[in-house]
Design a protein around this ligand. Structure first.
Ligand SMILES: *Cc1c(COP(=O)(O)O)cnc(C)c1O
Length: 242
């Protein structure tokens, strides 16, 4: 696979510094502690040269969307102690390739997928941290469980011994209208609160994975604890399909 490397690599350290400042400011504006919001660098379509520069700039956790691409990069960077987050749509038949080492799966949106992760986690002798992906904007093209079915799925998935349901994830609407972004993120937080206030699930949820390069400020204002930032770190992916 050919990954984008035309983007000026020397910009990456500077971008990480900049986004760090911006995230910090967004937290202060929202009356929150900067240490409560964790940054995941989304490296999809970018090569190991770009990832290495991000590591050198202090990033330890990376997000990827495609299984094959993730496996290639993980193998190339095996000695770097990266914590890998799977954030894309996951097909059940690919879970086996990730089960032994994935740090967190953000995109669990069906019981069938959870059953498969449970099976593979048990086989690997570990517990896998997962998030339930909710389609908060109910856009037909998006993956994620519908908001009114999310609680049901949390309950169903909480019975598994090798899954740790750490929280919820959503992709905000494709819009620059802040109020629309905030409404979607507020909906995710309301589901999160409902889970925790009613003691649904084995443990209280801790993670709200929401906010990307264009909408992290809205997400932080609505309580995000984990932002997934690609473009603002690595540059645009315009020549790619996503
Ligand atoms: C690509 C992607 C991101 C990062 O998006 P940017 O706009 O480049 O910051 C975050 N989350 C998911 C699920 C993605 O697919």
């Amino acid at each position: 696979m050919n990954y984008i490397s035309t983007y000026s690599l020397r910009m990456i350290a500077e971008n990480i510094q900049n986004i760090g400042e911006k995230l910090k400011n967004a937290c202060i504006m929202a009356g929150r502690k900067p240490s409560d919001v964790q940054l995941i660098a989304v490296s999809k379509t970018f090569g190991t040269d770009a990832i290495t520069l991000a590591i050198n700039a202090g990033i330890l956790e990376f997000g990827e969307n495609y299984v094959q691409e993730l496996i290639e990069k993980r193998n190339a960077l095996i000695d770097r102690n990266i914590l890998w987050h799977f954030i894309g749509h996951l097909q059940s038949n690919k879970v086996k390739y990730l089960a032994e080492w994935i740090h967190m799966i953000h995109s669990v949106d069906s019981e069938g997928l959870a059953v498969e992760i449970e099976k593979r986690a048990a086989k690997a002798g570990r517990t896998i941290d997962i998030l339930i992906e909710v389609n908060t904007s109910e856009e037909a093209t998006k993956f994620g469980i519908r908001p009114n079915h999310a609680i049901e799925l949390v309950k169903a998935v909480s019975r598994f011994d090798h899954l740790n349901v750490k929280g919820l994830m959503t992709i905000g609407p494709f819009t620059d209208i802040v109020d629309e972004s905030r409404a979607a993120f507020r909906l995710l937080r309301s589901i999160f609160n409902e889970v925790n206030n009613n003691g649904i699930g084995k443990h209280p949820m801790e993670i709200l994975s929401m906010g990307m390069s264009h909408d992290y400020a809205a997400a932080i204002a609505e309580g995000s604890t984990m932002v997934r930032i690609g473009t603002a770190i690595f540059g645009s992916r315009t020549s790619q399909s996503n």
